[in-house]
Design a protein around this ligand. Structure first.
Ligand SMILES: *Cc1c(COP(=O)(O)O)cnc(C)c1O
Length: 401
């Protein structure tokens, strides 16, 4: 008979097998137990054939990885603690000293901070290209270019690039492509199959996704994924991922597994409400430009239409407005402060509508010619009643007037 304390740790009871419920169980571990030394020595950690250590995954994270592959059309996936960590992991996996990475000028801001503040110190240089001008990308590719970031639509200003055109240039020049797929979420378009029915498939090499947004959907979990279709490329990413110890918590994985089945429904609801509000905003005289790829006047509208109108299609729940340049930044800030339902906060994809005023001049190498002059405000549309949201913007505009 062992001591009750020992018994609590090495208990004989094993629950019956065969439990099934709509939601998968949560397996949490740092330590994973092996049945023998031979198993300990022989188990493979790099694929999903077995379990070796919590950092390398449990049934819970394997399930999320596989489901995310299905959504995005990839074959392999690694999970990381945030969307930004996904961007960093891609860079560290495929770049080395002497290499150069190209990023669109409207890339997610912290990706700029990453290349400017970290990769520079590793001897990795960067250049920004005009996402609306494939020739500019082509001109900037050199023998040192080893990675091109793509984003559709771009962050904050939501220009929709000629993704296929940009991709074809990279393929021709044999440069690896990574898409920040947070906006499309695997729903607006299929990043690994940009031309349906084409064989071999034409698509990006890597899709990085901030699961923090739509897959989470709650504004309460941070996570990222890096999805690929090429086993060799996945292995490079997987090794870097292991060496940096970029594990995720299984309670967070569970939260995303729980939200994932409703993601497509939520995406559609966010999309519909956003388009309604963007159309209405376009009629307000204070807004000299409304940026949303479904609007004919929005940069890259035709590219969005060509890529995203088929299938489930659609657009994420974001639009930006340019306030007339007669309004100062202080007035624009006051407009944002006057909003009641729209809360001031970063991120998107959750139930609560959010607003952020951006100082765009400091975020771009130069003022994009396709944008009106003014001060920019980005709205992220939640799941509130759309008329309530419209009235909220309306009352804040009255305060501005
Ligand atoms: C939010 C976001 C990220 C980063 O995600 P975090 O989980 O917040 O680090 C990356 N790319 C895009 C386009 C995003 O919107």
């Amino acid at each position: 008979m062992s001591h009750p304390v020992t018994d609590l740790i090495h208990h004989a009871y094993v629950p019956p097998v065969g439990f099934e419920a709509p939601q998968p169980g949560v397996f949490k571990a740092s330590t994973v137990i092996f049945p023998s030394v031979a198993a300990m020595r022989n188990r493979e950690w790099k694929d999903k054939s077995a379990y070796t250590y919590g950092l390398h995954g449990t049934p819970t994270s394997y399930q999320l990885e596989e489901r995310l592959c299905s959504v995005e059309g990839g074959l392999q996936c690694v999970l990381v603690p945030s969307g930004l960590a996904a961007l960093g992991l891609v860079a560290l996996s495929v770049l080395k000293s002497g290499d150069e990475v190209l990023l669109p000028d409207n890339v997610y801001g912290p990706n700029k901070a990453l290349v400017e503040g970290e990769l520079m110190h590793w001897g990795i240089t960067h250049q920004y290209y005009d996402p609306m001008d494939p020739q500019d990308l082509e001109a900037q590719i050199s023998s040192r270019t080893k990675l091109v970031w793509l984003e559709a639509a771009g962050s904050v200003t939501l220009e929709f690039p000629d993704l296929l055109g940009l991709l074809k240039i990279c393929k021709q020049r044999k440069v690896l492509t990574a898409l920040d797929n947070t906006w499309g979420a695997g729903l607006a378009f299929k990043p690994f199959d940009l031309v349906p029915d084409e064989s071999p498939a034409l698509g990006v090499d890597i899709s990085a996704h901030a699961l923090t947004k739509y897959p989470s959907g709650g504004g309460d979990v941070l996570m990222g994924s890096v999805i690929t279709r090429d086993p060799a490329l996945h292995l490079r990413i997987k090794l870097t991922h292991m060496r940096f110890g970029l594990g995720v918590g299984m309670n967070d994985v569970e939260a995303i597994l729980r939200s994932l089945p409703s993601m497509a429904l939520r995406y559609r609801a966010h999309d519909e409400a956003t388009r309604t509000l963007a159309l209405w905003a376009d009629t307000q005289p204070e807004f000299v430009q409304v940026l949303h790829p479904s609007l004919p006047g929005s940069p890259g509208h035709m590219h969005w239409k060509a890529l995203c109108v088929k299938g489930i299609g659609g657009a994420a729940g974001l639009f930006s407005v340019m306030l007339d340049e007669r309004f100062s930044q202080a007035q624009t800030d006051a407009f944002c402060d006057a909003l009641k339902l729209f809360k001031l906060g970063y991120s998107w994809g959750g139930p609560m509508s959010l607003v952020v005023p951006y100082e765009l001049a400091q975020m771009r190498t130069s003022w994009p010619t396709h944008l009106e002059k003014g001060t920019l405000v980005r709205f992220s549309i939640g799941l509130e009643d759309v008329l309530d949201l419209q009235q909220d913007i309306s009352q804040a505009l009255h305060a501005l007037r």
